[in-house]
Design a protein around this ligand. Sequence first.
Ligand code: MG
Length: 257
Amino acid sequence: MGDNMKFVRYKHGNEQPRFGWIYQDRVGPVEGEPFGEYRRLEVDLPLEDVQLLAPILPGKIICVGRNYIEHAREHDAPVPEWPMLFMKPPSSVIGPNDLIHLPPQSEQVEHEVELAVVMGKDARWVQPDDALKYVFGYTLGNDVTARDLQRRDGQWTRSKGFDTFCPLGPWIETDLDPADVLLSCRVNGDMRQMSSTREMVFTVQQLVAFISSIMTLNPGDVIMTGTPAGVGPLEEGDTVECSGEGIGTLSNRIAHR
Ligand code: MG
């Protein structure tokens, strides 16, 4: 594998969605199994001629709450002593440029930019020092949250589980050091969130190890590693852009259902 391999899923015209890779501003197919043996074919299409899809359709999406101290503070919530886990359903996943739908049950839907870890191998009871060997790569996630429902409910399944509440993309970067990735979130061009993953309470290695002591992580599973401070509301017509240095930008517009 070369440096800075960008793995995508994409659709060209009426063809079936397929896995591919990006080189400069072109995209080409990947033949075989992304998590096993595969071969990169020629980058034969300009990027603007294809529709990028969510780069992975995860079996499960495990999320970490309050993994940045400043974000816990902005909600007057304690920083957990161990990773606080919850899950989003796979049905909440959308891809780059897809619409985030505002559900009628909520009056306060908010963005949360997060580093999303894509697993590459079965992981069970792995040690932190070995954890990154089980990771396939990294993409951006937006842990969209109906904040009013999150406050009202005892737990978070409803507030974080609506259809379209888990944008992922734009691609999976396979060569990245997750220890210091600058994350940012802009709404209509205005900076709302900016922080580095070095501010995380629990590192990616610690999270993979901790989660793998509870449930087996499988190839394609996604870990959403928590959001920094600065979360805020999304309104109809807004464009939300989640960026990660060394990865790219995931952009989505907001619409009523
Ligand atoms: Mg979150």
